[in-house]
Design a protein around this ligand. Structure first.
Ligand code: GLY
Length: 373
C-alpha cells in the first residue's frame, strides 16, 4: 500500500467496500478496478467538463491494466439529474452492451455520481458500479454511502435508490482543477463532520482550513479521509437513514429550502446552501436553549473566515419571505406528516435529530436573518 494513500472501510456486511483517498489514483485506476471486473471492459459515465480535464488520464490508467473503456459524456450541472438524462444514460449503457456482471464507472461530481449510480441500480435490475468522485463535495459525501438518484420537478433527490458502490477512488489531485468557489462549497460538507460529531476535527479545521484551501496535499488527504471515516461510521450504523444517518443532513433542511428558493441555480451551490443552513441550524439551536449563545458565532466565524457564505445576506438577489421558505422545507425528503426533521446541536460536535421544533421559532430565525439583508 502506498504510504501517501489512506483506505477507509465502509462496513456493510456483504455490501462492504473500501474508499481510497490519495494522490495519483486516476493513473492507477486500472490496477484498483481490475479485481472487480469479470471481463476487462468498462463504461465510464462522466460530464463534458470532467471529460475534457481528466478523462484521458483515467482511460490511460484503465488501459495500462488492459481494461478497454467507453465513455458516456453528459452535460455538466445540476439540471442533468433529471428523467431525460437518466433515460439517455440507461439507453447508452444498453447500446454499449453493458451486461449484468459488468461494472459502470461514475466519474464526476455529485450529479454524475448520483445519476450514474441510479442508472446502475436499475439497469438489468442492478449492475455494480465504482465511484471516482472529482469534486470535494463528492469525495467527502455523495460518493460514499450508496444514496443515488435524480431530482423531480417537485423537489431535489425525490427519485432514487440505495445502491452501494463496489469501490470509491478519491484522487485528491483532481481537486486542483476545481474553482475556489467549488472547493469551498465542498468544504461546507467537510466542516459539517466536525460540527455534527467531532469537536477535535472542527478545531483541526480551524487551525488548518486556510492551508487546506490553499492547496496543501497532505492536509487534503487528511481532511478527505477524516470526513470519509466519519461518514463511513454513520452509514455503517444506519445505512437506510432510519436514525443517525439523518445527522448528515445538518444544515440541509434550511439549505434545501434556500436552493429551491434560488432555483437550484448558480446563485447558490449545494455546499453553500449547507454552509448558510448550518449557521441557521446553530442559531435555531441557541434560540431554543440547546447550545450557548456564543456557539453560532464560533461556527460562522470559521466558515466566513474560510470565505464561505454563512448568512442570508451573502446570497445575491431576492429571497422569498420566511413563510415561503418554511413551505419549501415541507418538500424535503425527510418530511413526515408534513413536519421536517431538524438537525440541532447541544454544542459543536454534538448534534441531534428532532421534529419537535415550533414553526414560530423557525420563522423567527429566518425573519431575523432576512432582515439583515
Ligand atoms: N448526504 C447525506 C447522506 O448521504 O446521507
Amino acid at each position: 500500500m502506498r504510504d501517501d494513500t489512506r483506505t477507509i472501510a465502509v462496513d456493510l456486511g456483504a455490501r462492504s467496500y473500501e474508499v481510497m483517498v490519495g494522490p495519483g489514483l486516476l493513473a492507477e485506476a486500472g490496477t484498483f478496478c481490475k479485481p472487480f471486473l469479470k471481463r476487462p471492459r468498462s463504461v465510464i459515465v462522466t460530464d463534458e467538463t470532467v471529460a475534457d480535464l481528466h478523462l484521458g488520464t483515467l482511460e490511460a490508467g484503465l488501459a495500462a491494466a488492459g481494461i478497454e473503456s467507453h465513455a458516456i459524456r453528459l452535460p455538466p450541472g445540476e439540471r442533468t439529474k433529471c428523467w431525460p438524462m437518466l433515460e439517455r444514460t440507461v439507453e447508452s449503457l444498453l447500446e454499449l452492451k453493458v451486461e449484468r456482471d459488468d461494472v459502470v464507472i461514475a466519474f464526476g461530481g455529485g450529479v454524475i455520481g448520483d445519476l450514474a449510480g441510479f442508472a446502475a441500480s436499475i439497469l438489468r435490475r442492478g449492475v455494480r458500479f465504482i465511484q471516482i468522485p472529482t469534486s470535494l463535495l463528492a469525495q467527502v459525501d455523495s460518493s460514499v454511502g450508496g444514496k443515488t438518484g435524480i431530482n423531480s420537478p417537485s423537489g431535489k433527490n425525490l427519485i432514487g435508490a440505495f445502491h452501494q458502490p463496489d469501490l470509491v477512488l478519491a484522487d485528491i489531485d483532481v481537486l486542483d482543477t476545481l474553482s475556489g468557489r467549488e472547493f469551498l462549497a465542498g468544504y461546507g460538507e467537510v466542516a459539517k463532520y466536525g460540527l455534527l460529531g467531532d469537536l477535535p476535527f472542527f478545531e483541526w479545521l480551524e487551525a488548518h482550513g486556510p492551508a487546506l484551501a490553499a492547496g496543501d496535499k497532505t492536509l487534503r488527504v487528511e481532511a478527505v479521509a477524516r470526513s470519509v471515516q466519519a461518514k463511513a461510521d454513520i452509514v455503517a450504523r444506519d445505512e437506510h437513514e432510519r436514525g443517525d444517518r439523518a445527522l448528515l443532513n445538518l444544515g440541509h433542511t434550511f439549505g434545501h429550502a434556500l436552493e429551491a428558493a434560488t432555483g437550484y441555480s448558480d446563485r447558490l451551490l449545494h455546499g453553500e446552501g449547507v454552509s448558510v443552513g448550518m449557521g441557521l441550524a446553530f442559531e435555531l439551536s441557541a434560540r431554543l436553549g440547546h447550545c450557548s449563545q456564543e456557539t453560532p458565532s464560533r461556527v460562522r466565524a470559521h466558515l466566513s473566515g474560510m470565505r464561505m457564505k454563512t448568512r442570508l445576506a451573502d446570497i445575491d438577489g431576492d429571497l422569498p419571505d420566511a413563510d415561503t421558505l418554511i413551505s419549501l422545507m415541507s418538500q424535503d425528503k425527510k418530511v413526515v406528516g408534513g413536519v421536517p426533521a431538524f438537525i440541532l446541536a447541544r454544542d459543536i460536535g454534538d448534534a441531534f435529530v428532532t421534529r419537535d421544533v415550533e414553526a414560530s421559532a423557525v420563522r423567527a430565525v429566518l425573519a431575523d436573518a432576512l432582515a439583515e439583508r
